[in-house]
Structure formats: structure tokens, C-alpha cells
Design a protein. Sequence first.
Length: 367
Amino acid sequence: MFRLITLATVLFWAVACSKEQPAQLDKVDKSTMTQDVERKPFYTRNPMSKAPAYTVEDQERRLQFPGWGAEDPKFTLRFPDNGNYGRVIMEYTMGSEGKGPADYDNLVMLYLKDKHSGEWLEFARLFTPFGGMFDSSWEMKFYLDITEYASLLSGDTEFKFFYQGFDATEERAHTMKIKILCYNEGKGEILGMQSLYDSSTNPNNGYRGWAYGVEGHSIEAQERLGERIINIPAGTKEIVVRMAITGHGHDLGSFPNRPDYTVYNAAEFDDNYYYFTLDGIRQDAVGHIFYSNAENYIQMGTYNYDRANWAPGNPMNVQYWDIKRSSTAAQSMTIDIDLEEFVSSFDAPNAEGVAYYVVKCDAFFYR
């Protein structure tokens, strides 16, 4: 009898402990905690067939460099005070002013303001076309899924934009127009988000990016791509990391780990890779900073040359990653992102032509 009672007691406590500490039973290969998510970065037609529950439209805006040290142009759009949308699509129209769009392929960054933190969050990045062959009737529409930012679209919402080009003239200029389409149906509720990396908040090259490979100005420094702590809200089931990284510059430096490789013009025309380290473990998954321009629509210039996650006259190639925790009970984890080693041909981070990356990386937490 004594043995039977003892065995029953042991079994009881074993079951009880397993219920109290389910995280102890998790079995995760810690080198495969990162998986890429198959998701289109943009569409040329609206992916939603139904009419939106609510639409907000801005006026057409001229794109020109705001001036060194000048504030970005701002505008305010009005949304319902208690909008709770399942999916949000932004229709972005590239257009022109005067006789047609301006000549060059330049970066456009769109931000919206978090009313609670006061933080400006980049939510879209696009590139103007080589516009010299287009007349005043030219326009091109794209559709971007910005559902992750839906909780910020309530009441009077502030936006701003930045245009990097110097090509606007009295006769020709690029323009943009945005329309935000809000739908009731969509994916699960987002508990929150956390900004992990943002080169536009502390750039060191003059163009909202981080110089790459310049001695004494490592892009891997803590204030740039160093380790971050992800704070995970209670009730989180899924963590998705949105990685927006584009390469720029015409640097003829070298990749030490590519002995037979010829640098084309880093970091715009050279493909590259980024690597995740989660909780100190290097992940098997590797991000590729590359976008094929082979099927880009006809423009002037080098419109069909492959680039580092972007194409002239298109939105950028945003990449998404599903992040798993080593334990479902974990309330935080560390993340570190590394690029392949590069040695710049320049000795200053703001030298004209230096290789650099514009980076925005956010974590989203789904219920």
C-alpha cells in the first residue's frame, strides 16, 4: 500500500508541475527560431476585392529636397476615433508636376506619428523612376499592406515625408498621392509593436543611413546594428519582424570574405546578406539584400539593373520574418543583426559615394 500511495503521489506532482510550468516542455531548435515569411512587399493591383469600410485620401504633393537641416513636410489625415481595422492598404500614386516627372530615381520615406510615444515611425519607402521619358499624363499606382500600423490610424493622425532628390525644377517634378483603404476583415489582433533599428533617427552619412565599412564607424556598433532587447507583451502568440533595408552609394571597397568578387558599386548594386542572432544563437536563416530589376517597366537610365532591395519607380522590397521564442514563458529575448564584412574605399562616413544602408526594423506582436 505504501508503495502504491507513493507512486500515485509522484504521478500527481509530476502532472501538476507540468501544468504549472508548460514552458519547460517546449522543444525548440534554437538555431531555427527565425523563419522567412512569404509575403509580397507590394502589389500593382489592390489585393482586396471588397469595398473598404473607410477611405482617407490626401492631396497630390510635390517631391523636392526640403533643405539641409529643414523639417520634413507634414500633413494630417482624419480617421475615425475608434477604428479597429483588420487590414489596411495604402494606394500610392507616383505622378508628375509640369511637363512630366523629374529625371532621377530617388528615395521617398513616409512616416506617421505615434500619438502615445510621440515617435515618428517610417511605414513605407519607395523610389521615384527615371522620369525623363514620361510626359505630364504619366502615373503609376502601387498598393502596400500597412496593416501592422492600423492601431495608429485613429482621429487626427500626423504624417510626414522625406525626399532625397535634388532634381525638381520649375518644369518637371515627381509627385506622390496616398489613399488609405481600411477594411474590417483581416488577420489577428496586434497587441503592440517595438521599433528595433532605425537609421533615420541617428544617421551618420547625411542621408538617413548608416555608412558601411568605414574604419572607426562600424555599422555593427551598439548605436547602429548592435544587440537589442525585444520586450514581449503578455498574451503574445506570434512575433513578426519587419525588415526594411536598402543599399546605396557607389563605393569600390572590398568584401574580405569574397576574394574573387568584383565590387560593382556598394551598396546600391552589390547584393549582400544579413544574419540574425537570437538569445546569443546565430540563426540558420539568412536575409538577402537583393531585388531583381529584370522585369521592371521601361524607363531611362539603369532601370533594369539589379539593386540592393529596391528598383527605380517602385516600392522597396520589405522582408518579413517569423520569430519564435526559446520558451513560451519568455517575456524578453535579444536580437542582433550583422552584415557581411566590408572595407570601404572612403575614410569618412559622410563622404560622397560612400556605401550605406537605410534601415528600419520593427517587431510586431500578435495575440
